[in-house]
Ligand binder design. Sequence first.
Ligand SMILES: N[C@@H](CCC(=O)N[C@@H](CS)C(=O)NCC(=O)O)C(=O)O
Length: 201
Amino acid sequence: MLTLYQQHDSGNCYKVRLALSHLQLPFRTVAVSSLDGSTRQPEFLSKNPIGKVPAIELDDGRFLAESNAILLHFAEATPLLPGEAYDRAKVYQWLFFEQYSHEPAIAVRRALSVYPERRADAGEARMAQLLDAGNRALAVVENRLASAEWLAGNAFSVADISLYAYTHMADQGGYDLAAFPAIGRWLARVASLPRHVTIDT
Ligand SMILES: N[C@@H](CCC(=O)N[C@@H](CS)C(=O)NCC(=O)O)C(=O)O
């Protein structure tokens, strides 16, 4: 059975659980976290030298890390990843955007707000910069969703799964989602899909 090494309240790990639920692939989880230092232990580093979660062990014993790479791996040849080259590249566009412009602001500001262990890094200037960068990323998402149901093409895909994870809890980092009505409607659309699971599941 697939083994997901994860921190349960991490959005990056939630992405993988959400995708596996949509694909109806059974998996077991092993808890690993930076908060207790276990991501830096040799045992975990031998599985994922990057030292971060999520990482997944496939049925044949091989490992894969990086949340969006894991999503792409399991989405291959399923409705979660378009076959046509341009539509597929649009999914990649959103996944790269998520990792470079969205997650580094929204996930980080949430972590600095939520975890007492991270408070020392939550200086005023940094929090202001992260708020600004996150709001700019949310505006990009809002702009797309104002005229489309889904992020890439006209179907739900791993682009939606990836962006949903940290967007749906952006309020925990101090972002005002009420300012982004199209995002609000999209969050509800994603959450109403059959096989959706919440982050607490
Ligand atoms: N780009 C990575 C980021 C993963 C990441 O930052 N994971 C955090 C938890 S959300 C982590 O494992 N941090 C542990 C550490 O930095 O020691 C991905 O998308 O999977």
